[in-house]
Design a protein around this ligand. Sequence first.
Ligand code: FDA
Length: 309
Amino acid sequence: MGLLRKLLLWISENRRLRETLPRHAFIRRAVARFMPGEKVEDALQAAQTLKAKNIATLLTLLGENITKAEEAKQVTEHYIDVLGRVEKSALDSHISVKLTQLGLDLGEELCLENLSAVIGQAAANNNWVWIDMEQSSYVDRTLSLYKKVREQYPRVGVCLQAYLYRIPKDIEQLLPLAPAIRLVKGAYAEPEGVAYPKKKDVDAKYFELAKVLLSNLKVNGVTLGIATHDKVLIRRICQEAEAMGLSKDGFEFQLLYGIQTEEQLRLTKEGYRVRVLISYGSHWFPWYMRRLAERPANVLFAIKNVWRS
Ligand code: FDA
């Protein structure tokens, strides 16, 4: 892992910097590239704009590692309200949640209660909830909660990170549940003992896992979100799906708001399903640092904003 990437991921988890850095105007301006605004209304407006381009969306309120049960409850109520707004606006917008924002650090039972409330509302609206994957220390608990809710609800998916050595086994265990899986490379700083440190190994693993999941779309009823901006990988996955005789709408590509927008449009035009994850909310700092770490050239973009200020 590059030094700059390591530094940015360290900053993302440093409590003091998390509180002070977001106050700087130039950082606030730079983050605008990745989110349409802090309010849910901004996200819904962006979802409407994307809908007009045939692009579906995923909405997520930024925030993680909540330490008070009342706050986790407020997040739960917020998502229930958002599901209602999505229904009213006839948007094809799923919800994406972080379990530590629904109280996972306070206990699995509390988190399950909150998660079930959100999924229950989504189910009533025939909508979907996706569960993000956080640091490797949360993977066991996240998958255990996913299995519990999946037994009851069909429209719930979970994110799996290709950089973790354990993922092939996790996929094997999830397959009998006809899971919905969003495959990502992985965004956190993980020790070499749990995750591939080299990008080329992560890329190779991603392709291998994508092939396994594609081959299980029909056999095991897997729902698949290929969540990457890697154009080379995207092309290889399209070719592989075609060679397997899968239809273009048999799975979907998921990308982040503001990243590879031309690729989003290209895939849509070619007949693939595309879903863009729109983040909003005021707790954007750690998330924004992870976006910078994914592409250190983004740091230059942020620095240029200092001169414009
Ligand atoms: P890669 O990093 O190789 O990037 C490929 C190309 O895409 C780059 O060369 C660049 O052109 C462009 N690009 C990528 N990131 C960029 C950025 N930040 N800014 C500008 N350009 C960029 N992770 C996780 O651990 N848990 C999760 O729950 C999720 N959820 C999630 C949902 C969705 C819909 C997406 C798209 C991604 C996630 N991720 C995630 C993040 C994921 O793990 C990964 O860190 C990023 O997607 C970056 O990796 P890529 O696959 O895009 O490839």
